[in-house]
Design a protein around this ligand. Structure first.
Ligand SMILES: C[S@@+](CC[C@H](N)C(=O)[O-])C[C@H]1O[C@@H](n2cnc3c(N)ncnc32)[C@H](O)[C@@H]1O
Length: 290
């Protein structure tokens, strides 16, 4: 049973409460297709009903209680153990990915499960929804002051970014690299983007921008971590297309050990707002600069 770290549950509840969304989020929804989006309403709907499950996927990948994901989890824990790490969080939505990374590391360090060594994370987060950037900043800011006690410091920048525009992507990367001189590793985390890429059909416009992101990492130790729910669409359309694209245009950014099929796992999780237990799933693919 995957539980949200209590430090994140508190921050999430406070943020929902401050926006008058807590009761609605606790009540839940029957609606299935919730992918966020450019409008304020779509963003707040995703924050109320999907933030926890999205954060849970990243937490599950980090912890890998399921042996199938052990390789990704080991790499994650090793990267975020100490030193200076650069993280590009796209499309960042309301912050579930970074919030899960920070709260998981905080909780493991606080419980003495992993060593508390100085760790700096320089985060660049981009999304096309201004409301998402606002909620991201506000939610993550609730966690930042607590991290100091576990020797974690975070530099955070947010930017309006349209994933289909090369110019926006160049600006995003310039701003990220401004912060990351001296970082030992650059990590690009793409999470829950299948709905827009396949569902809304923007994959072909995004791939040149993905090429730009990975090409700019040509001289850096770097990893691309792509996290999605275990949907048929991600499994049969998104991941095969991405693997094929990388092999063709950026072959030096290879999937780990030549594996082109994403790793996947299903698990039970508990909604931190109403204790409702339900199944969830994740599939993840890791590509490394070789
Ligand atoms: C399902 S949400 C995922 C957000 C976050 N990664 C998470 O896991 O919670 C999809 C996000 O993609 C963003 N998005 C959709 N189309 C986009 C585009 N063309 N450029 C940038 N972001 C986009 C939406 O605003 C939304 O925040």
């Amino acid at each position: 049973m995957l539980l949200m770290p209590s430090v994140l549950t508190n921050a999430y509840k406070s943020e929902l409460d401050s926006r008058g969304l807590l009761a609605k989020a606790k009540a839940g929804t029957e609606k299935k297709e919730i992918h966020g989006g450019g409008s304020d309403d779509e963003t707040l709907e995703h924050f109320a009903f999907r933030f926890a499950v999205s954060a849970g996927r990243v937490e599950f990948v980090a912890l890998a209680p399921d042996e199938k994901l052990a390789e990704v989890s080991d790499a994650f824990m090793s990267t975020f153990s100490e030193g200076h790490v650069a993280l590009l969080d796209i499309p960042c939505g309301t912050g579930s990915c970074l919030a899960a990374v920070l709260s998981t590391l905080f909780s493991l360090r606080e419980a003495g499960v992993i060593p508390t060594q100085p760790l700096t994370i320089s985060v660049m987060a981009g999304d096309c929804s201004p409301k998402a950037l606002e909620v991201y900043w506000s939610t993550v800011s609730r966690l930042l002051p607590l991290l100091e006690s576990q020797a974690i410091s975070v530099q955070l920048r947010l930017q309006d970014w349209d994933a289909t525009l090369g110019k926006d992507t160049a600006r995003l990367l310039d701003s990220w690299f401004d912060m990351t001189a001296g970082a030992e590793e650059h990590v690009v985390c793409i999470s829950n983007f299948n709905g827009a890429l396949i569902g809304a059909g923007i994959l072909d416009q995004f791939t040149p921008c993905l090429n730009q992101i990975l090409s700019r990492l040509y001289d850096k130790k770097s990893t691309l971590l792509w996290v999605e729910p275990e949907t048929k669409s991600a499994k049969t359309k998104l991941f095969p297309k991405i693997a094929e694209y990388l092999q063709k245009f950026i072959p030096w950014f290879a999937s780990s050990a030549g594996v082109t099929v994403p790793m996947a796992a299903s698990y039970q999780t508990k909604n931190p707002l109403n204790e409702f237990e339900h199944p969830s799933s994740v599939q993840v693919q890791k590509f490394n600069r070789t």
